[in-house]
Write a protein that binds this ligand. Structure first.
Ligand code: HEM
Ligand code: NAG
Ligand code: NAG
Ligand code: NAG
Ligand code: NAG
Length: 327
């Protein structure tokens, strides 16, 4: 009897420990959530994504970014996919959306899944799976995508502005922005490595080239030789040109990003800012030098964490019929 009670106590303690460690918001997500309800869901999403990305590999970057933008605003609830309505400006149409593209991949995957099991698989899950499969298609790292997210019904442009970190942010702002989402300084250093692929509009960094403090000066923390090169690509008021964030290997998911940041060639102030904190700086330095980089593994771990931010599960939210419209 006594042993039984001790065992029971031990069990309860373990349970408490388990729930304390597991972020409360991630309950209800599990691997292969649709195993019984839509067996082929994940393979259909994979196939659709592979088809698109093998034809247009540069779409992988904006799709990865779309998942990040979804998760940082109201959690990973597909709110980034909703269209504006007459009375509401959606996240999609807020300033930080700028280069978000690839909505057609999400829509194609959703259509293909709906054909097989209508009304079962959420747009939030489809986006999370597409982002992973897109990166996988360009030979980037694999990460698990536990599923079971449900779709939100609200999308507000103003919340995108308030929740997405700005490329002009300093390290204090970046760390607190990530902390508000339950992500650590390490996650910040790791996930910023997503900038190893893709492009940016000049407007996200031209202040560093031309008028940093309003005196016609440049950003002293930016490599002057790099500034000369970037000025050739971006005129002062340029809002349309694109530059590769990791020049020469912007389609390859590797640890080059960290080498750039160490050389003061991180494109945004937010990239350079990783050198202003001892922990993020140590991570950047380690990844830029080590022969056996842990970046890909770390990235996978942090992506799983990011994908659990404030998810709706169980009976919360809905399963949208079309990803750009609430039911
Ligand atoms: C740490 C805070 C972050 C800031 C301030 C930031 C900011 C930006 C900005 C300004 C752009 C360029 C947009 C444009 O002008 O076209 C961009 C691009 C991109 N970001 Fe981030 N980002 C951050 C974190 C992340 C994270 C966590 C990920 C994913 C894990 C990510 C993935 C990407 C990708 C892949 C692109 C390229 C998109 C394309 O090629 O269209 N970023 N980011
Ligand atoms: C959402 O907006 C996009 C772009 O404006 C449009 O192409 C699409 O048809 C809209 N979706 C719906 C369901 O109306
Ligand atoms: C992004 O928002 C702007 C308005 O700020 C809008 O003109 C543009 O069409 C939006 N882009 C996408 C891809 O939705
Ligand atoms: C970061 O920016 C905020 C807001 O502009 C400012 O209050 C703060 O002093 C800055 N911190 C650092 C370390 O530069
Ligand atoms: C630089 O910024 C200052 C202050 O915002 C402004 O008065 C000045 O006209 C700008 N100079 C250039 C060359 O854009």
């Amino acid at each position: 009897m006594a042993t039984l009670r001790i065992l029971l106590l031990l069990f309860l303690q373990l349970a408490v420990l388990f729930f304390a460690v597991e972020p409360a918001n991630a309950q209800g997500l599990k691997l292969d959530f649709y195993k019984k309800t839509c067996t082929r869901a994940e393979s259909i999403v994979r196939k659709t994504t592979t088809q698109f990305i093998s034809r247009a590999p540069t779409l992988a970057a904006p799709l990865l970014r779309m998942h990040f933008h979804d998760c940082f605003v109201r959690g990973c609830d597909g709110s980034v996919l909703l269209n504006s309505t007459k009375n509401n400006q959606a996240e999609k149409d807020a300033i930080p959306n700028q280069s978000l593209r690839g909505y057609q991949v999400i829509d194609a995957a959703k259509t293909a899944v709906e054909r097989v099991c209508p009304g079962v698989v959420s747009c939030a899950d489809i986006l999370a799976l597409v982002a992973r499969d897109a990166v996988l298609t360009i030979k980037g790292p694999f990460w698990d995508v536990p599923t079971g997210r449900r779709d939100g019904t609200v999308s507000r442009g103003s919340e995108a502005l308030a929740n997405l970190p700005s490329p002009f942010a300093n390290i204090t702002q970046l760390k607190s922005s990530f902390l508000r989402k339950g992500l650590s300084a390490k996650d910040l250093a790791v996930l910023s490595g997503g900038h190893t692929i893709g492009t940016s509009h000049c407007s996200s960094f031209t202040n560093r080239l031309y008028n940093f403090t309003g005196k016609g000066d440049t950003d002293p923390s930016f490599d002057p030789n790099y500034i000369v090169q970037l000025k050739k690509k971006c005129n002062p008021g340029d809002v349309t040109s694109l530059v590769q964030m990791d020049p020469g290997s912007f389609k390859i998911f590797d640890q080059d990003y960290y080498t750039l940041v160490v050389k003061s060639r991180g494109l945004f102030q937010s990239d350079a800012a990783l050198l202003d904190d001892s922990q993020t700086k140590a991570y950047v330095k380690l990844q830029s030098t080590t022969q056996r980089s842990t970046f890909l593994k770390d990235f996978s771990n942090s992506m799983v964490k990011m994908g659990k931010i404030q998810v709706l599960t169980g009976k919360a939210g809905e399963i949208r019929k079309r990803c750009s419209l609430v039911n």
